[in-house]
Design a protein around this ligand. Structure first.
Ligand SMILES: [Zn+2]
Length: 244
């Protein structure tokens, strides 16, 4: 039986495409796919797959759409990718002692603002781990808000895992700037700039991914995703604070 390759449209017989090497068994993303990716191999970061990190920076929505539709052989699997870049960023951040706490801890009387800053600083200094935690939260919210797009929840997990990787890659790109600004007030501006950039990048990605909705609609939904996810994360942190 001949099969049309989902990656390159080549018609072939057998288990793998003889043109691009993609497996014949590429299916729609489901729980099994996520599970296999989670228990997969994280260290085999080769040159072809590095291409996906670059693609993710410059055409995120198109990359994700292609990936979901079955063009997968040239792309790093999302969970493996995010764990790899998260490890790199966490390693750089802690090895070079980037210190977002240094500026705002002095001179603030209001306990609530102080606590809020602590949360914000914790997120910045543990960005890798908080990005991973945010994936399921953002996926639930996006799944509900973009329901008309007919994607399943596993697909939203894949989308937001890619987008979490994108946010971390941006920080790795900006790492030299953080290093230069370390222990100055400017470091906070860098983190504020990156937070705004995160929102813009998510808008850009969803706008590329879903052709049938307007830019304004995407902007409103992404802001809502951020708001709801932020409230949920904050509630989680408050619970941790109350317990400790
Ligand atoms: Zn092929």
């Amino acid at each position: 039986m001949s099969i049309t390759c989902k990656n390159c449209n080549n018609v072939f017989e057998g288990n793998f495409c003889n043109n691009c090497g993609q497996s014949a068994s590429v299916k729609r993303i489901n729980w099994k796919y996520i599970y296999d990716d989670v228990k997969g191999n994280y260290v085999s970061f080769n040159k072809t797959k590095f291409y996906s990190a670059k693609e993710l920076l410059f055409r995120p929505g198109f990359l994700i759409r292609d990936f979901l539709s079955g063009k997968r052989v040239n792309f790093y699997k999302p969970v493996s990718l995010v764990l790899f870049v998260a490890s790199v960023y966490a390693y750089l951040f802690h090895t070079f002692n980037i210190n977002p706490y240094s500026v705002s801890q002095s001179g603030i009387g209001d306990v609530n603002i102080y606590k809020f800053n602590i949360i914000h600083e914790w997120i910045n200094s543990h960005f890798s781990i908080s990005s991973l935690i945010s994936v399921p939260i953002i996926s639930v919210t996006a799944f509900l808000l973009f329901k008309k797009q007919n994607l399943n929840f596993s697909e939203y997990l894949v989308i937001n895992t890619f987008l979490a990787a994108q946010r971390i890659i941006i920080r790795i790109v900006f790492f030299p700037v953080m290093l230069i600004m370390n222990y100055t007030h400017h470091l906070n501006y860098i983190f504020q700039f990156l937070s705004v950039a995160d929102i813009a990048l998510m808008v850009w990605a969803f706008y590329q991914m879903f052709e049938n909705i307007s830019l304004l609609n995407v902007i409103l939904k992404v802001l809502l995703i951020y708001l709801i996810s932020f409230i949920l994360t904050l509630a989680g942190f408050v619970m941790v604070f109350l317990i400790l």
